[in-house]
Design a protein around this ligand. Sequence first.
Ligand code: CTP
Length: 449
Amino acid sequence: MKKVITYGTYDLLHQGHVNLLRRAKALGDYLIVGVTADGFDRDRGKLNVRNNVLERVDSVKATGIADEVIIEEYIGQKIDDIQKYDIDIFAIGSDWEGKFDYLNEFCEVRYLPRTEGVSSTQLRAKLTPDVKLGIIGCGRVASRFPAEASVVNGINVVGAFDTNPVALEKYCDAHNNIEACSSLADLLRNVEAVYVATPHLTHYDIIKQSLEAGAHILCETPMVLKGSQAKELYRLAQDSGLILMEANKTAHCPAFRHLIVMIKSGVIGQVVDIEASLSKLWDDQKSLREFDPVQAGGSMYELASYPLLPIVRIMGCNPLNLNLYSRFIEGVDMYTKGVFRYPTATCSFKVGLGVKTEGNLVISGTKGYAYVPAPWWKTDYFELRYEDQNSNKKFFYKWDGAGLRYEIQEFISCIINRRFSTSRLRRKESVFMADVMEQFTNEINLYKI
Ligand code: CTP
């Protein structure tokens, strides 16, 4: 009996899939179809597959062409499957021409004609047209956005605006297909959503103007430096039927998200302490906005939303108190340490700009602790450690590119599904962070050391 195997996502099953399955089946007597697992697709950058794996398996089965359907879960599995199922022919569409020649060592490889004019990507685009997005603020942070957005389905970056015409021109020269807009109003006329990557103090006005123009907003963290402003903007967004989301990339990082749900499930017992630190040294400090007191520079405004994230996600928004201690140099806090008292835990964070400290995240509990080494804010790895070292566990994940793709995907998903708040960073948690920034601003003189 001649055995044939083929693989694919088979999202929104279409005629091209059916033709391919028929052609593959015709090569032998028995056809095995490998359907990609949801996590496998996510890991290889296919972020917006519509049908889940159960639905995709069902639709392949419903064609009646496959004799057996299996799930593809990891890179390298094809070789294992070919050997395990004693496969004679590996077949795949001609869009993969040459890519699977390495399997010739294990069986015959055949590239089959692809059906023209239909694909899952096209069908997804038809179901929900791309969200047209504009970039506001063309500095260092925004430079990573277009490449990251290009791997997320459902978004098209079409325009950009910066108050500095030189920065704007440079940005649009570097990114084909992004049009330079002469004013914010001009940009807002042409887009449905914006990504705000301007200095912190400009966020409030830009968000308001964008909401008035009917745009959904993904705003770099910290979104604003006052809790009352954050509350007002979230209320305004919801009342206007628009999504407003703070872009804290750690909140969307797969490893971080899994860490949080594991901690909440009790894997280290009751949490009694969280320590989170983050620091950066720059060579050419003085020329950077981050060191400019007039533009809300300093380590607290610049970095604190990252270490505040695990604290608020695990312990919540109602600490009994917060004490802050800062070392100021030339008008900005080069270093700030914060200590929260919660009813059953204490949490502290350290942030430094132009000061270096160990950048760990350590979450201590009554049964063990979680250890995440720097850079924990974009981690692909963490450990759970216990008294009995044999019980220790290491967890590894994928972190792709600059990591913005995860927050972009969630932003688009919130727009499509009209979700005003994401479970990865609740609005009240974002307000809490702004409250902490406001406390720092109000009591700045008390904290100087
Ligand atoms: N296929 C085909 N003709 C098409 C579309 C897909 O022959 N018009 C084949 C692919 O070459 C592959 C199999 O069907 O062998 C499964 O492909 P998959 O990647 O799931 O389908 P696409 O429609 O190409 O999906 P996407 O647009 O998400 O890449």
